[in-house]
Design a binder for this molecule. Structure first.
Ligand code: BGC
Length: 392
C-alpha cells in the first residue's frame, strides 16, 4: 500500500469510528442520552442498550442490574408514551445514590425470605436481613445492584448473564443466570430467565418495572387504573409483609379482581387488615392460568391513554405492588419526583418465602437442572371511551 492509500484507509477508519460513535450517542425516542449511561461500575463496563420494532416501540435497558430504563409504547392516537419509571443517567441507579429497584432484573431471590433464613438438604443458610428483619430481593447486594454481562445484543433482543459465585449474598452454589429481553413485532416485551447451579440452591427472578400506563408519573396515579386478575387466592401477610402461610380466597375481600376493578377502590381501605399490613397493595396473588403462558395472568388498563398491558407468565404467582413507598423524595426522568402510587409493579414469581414452605411450588434448583421462567408484557390499545360513545 502506498502512503496515499494508507492515509486514505486511516481517514476512512477514523470517519467510520466517528460515525458509529455519533450513532450511539443519538438520543433515544424516550429522550435518554446513551452517553449518560456509559460508565464503569466495580470495574465492569455499563451502557444503555436499545431495542426497537417496526411499529416504533422502543425499550431501553442498561446492563447495570439488567434494568429497563424506558419503554415507549403507542397510545390510542399513535403517540408514544414512556410507560415506566426510572432515571435518565446511570449514576442515579447506583445503590449509594438511590436504593431503588426501578426496572430491575431481581435475583437471586425476588421478594422475601423469613428472617433471611432457610434450610436446604439439612443445611441452614443465613442471608442478609434488609427489610423488617427479612431478606428482600436477595438482600442489599442483590443482582439488581450488580453489572450483568452483555452476551448478545441486536435490534430486538438483549441477552445478559449474571455469573454469581458460590456464597453470593449467602446463597449456596455458583449460579449462571441468563436474562433475555425480546421485543416482538406486535409490541410484546418477552423476558426469559434461565439458570444453572453447581450446588443445590434456591432461585426466584423477576422484573421490577414500575408501570404508569398514562406515561404521566407526575400526575397520573395507578389508583385510576383498571385491573383484572386471573387469580382466585392470595397469600396474606403479617405487619412485616411476610406471608403468614395461609392461602386465602379473594372473594369478599379487597383482593378480588377476578372480574376487574379500579385499583383505587380499596387502596386506602386501611380498616381491612391486609390493606393495612401492605400499606395498600403489596401482595402475592396465586395465578389461576395453570402456569400456561398463553393465558392472561393480569390485565392493566388506563383510560387516559387507552393502553392495555396484558401480563403472561409461566410462574405460579405475581406480586402486585402499588408504589406505596414512593414518597416524592426520588427524582426520576424528566426531573419528576415520584410520589405515592406513581407506578405499579407486576412481579411474576414463586410465592414469597417459598424456601420455607415445602408445600408451595418449589424454588429449589439442583445441579443438572435448568431454572426457566418466562414473562410477557404485551401492549395494545382498547378504545373504551369510543365504545361508550357508540353505545349512547
Ligand atoms: C416489595 C415492596 C418493596 C418494593 C421495592 C416490592 O416487590 O413487595 O414491599 O417496597 O418491592 O423494593
Amino acid at each position: 500500500m502506498n502512503s496515499y492509500m494508507k492515509r486514505f484507509v486511516l481517514f476512512a477508519a477514523v470517519a467510520l469510528a466517528f460515525v458509529s460513535c455519533a450513532k450511539q450517542a443519538e438520543p433515544t425516542l424516550s429522550g435518554l442520552d446513551p452517553n449518560a449511561f456509559k460508565d464503569r461500575y466495580q470495574g465492569k463496563r455499563v451502557a444503555l442498550y436499545t431495542l426497537k420494532n417496526e411499529q416504533g416501540m422502543e425499550v431501553c435497558i442498561t446492563n447495570f442490574g439488567g434494568r429497563i430504563v424506558s419503554m415507549m409504547v403507542p397510545d390510542i392516537k399513535g403517540n408514544f408514551l414512556d410507560v415506566v419509571l426510572g432515571f435518565d443517567n446511570i449514576k442515579d441507579y447506583y445503590p449509594e445514590n438511590n436504593a431503588s429497584d426501578f426496572g430491575a432484573a431481581i435475583g437471586r431471590y425476588a421478594n422475601r425470605i423469613n428472617q433471611g433464613r432457610f434450610t436446604l438438604d439439612g443445611e441452614e443458610y443465613q442471608l442478609p436481613r434488609n427489610n423488617f428483619g427479612h431478606c428482600l430481593h436477595g438482600g442489599p447486594d442483590g443482582w439488581q445492584y450488580k453489572v450483568y454481562k452483555v452476551v448478545k445484543h441486536n435490534d430486538t433482543m438483549l441477552k445478559l448473564l449474571m455469573d454469581s459465585p458460590d456464597g453470593d449474598s449467602g446463597f449456596p452454589g455458583r449460579v449462571k443466570a441468563y436474562v433475555t429481553y425480546t421485543l416482538t413485532p406486535d409490541n410484546q416485551l418477552q423476558i426469559s430467565y434461565e439458570a444453572t447451579t453447581n450446588k443445590p440452591t434456591v432461585i426466584n427472578m423477576t422484573n421490577h418495572s414500575y408501570f404508569n400506563l398514562a406515561g404521566d408519573p407526575e400526575y397520573h396515579r395507578v389508583s385510576e387504573d383498571f385491573i383484572r386478575m386471573n387469580a382466585l387466592a392470595f397469600t396474606p401477610v403479617d405487619a412485616t409483609y411476610m406471608p403468614t402461610g395461609e392461602i386465602r380466597n379473594v372473594s369478599r375481600t379487597p383482593m378480588d379482581f377476578t372480574s376487574g376493578e379500579y385499583v383505587g377502590v380499596n387502596i386506602n381501605n386501611f380498616a381491612d387488615e391486609q390493606i393495612k399490613n401492605g400499606n395498600g397493595f403489596d401482595h402475592n396473588w396465586i395465578l389461576n392460568n395453570h402456569r400456561d403462558i398463553t393465558e392472561p395472568a393480569v390485565m392493566l388498563y388506563t383510560a387516559q391513554s387507552c393502553i392495555l398491558l396484558t401480563v403472561y407468565t409461566d410462574e405460579p404467582g405475581i406480586q402486585i405492588y402499588t408504589g406505596n413507598f414512593l414518597d416524592g423524595s426520588v427524582q426520576g426522568k424528566k426531573g419528576i419526583y415520584y410520589k405515592k402510587h406513581a407506578g405499579i409493579c407486576l412481579e411474576t414469581q414463586k410465592y414469597p418465602d417459598s424456601p420455607n414452605h415445602p408445600e408451595w411450588p418449589s424454588p429449589v434448583l439442583r445441579p443438572g437442572e435448568t431454572y426457566r421462567s418466562n414473562t410477557v408484557y404485551a401492549f395494545s390499545t382498547l378504545d373504551i371511551n369510543g365504545e361508550k360513545e357508540a353505545e349512547k
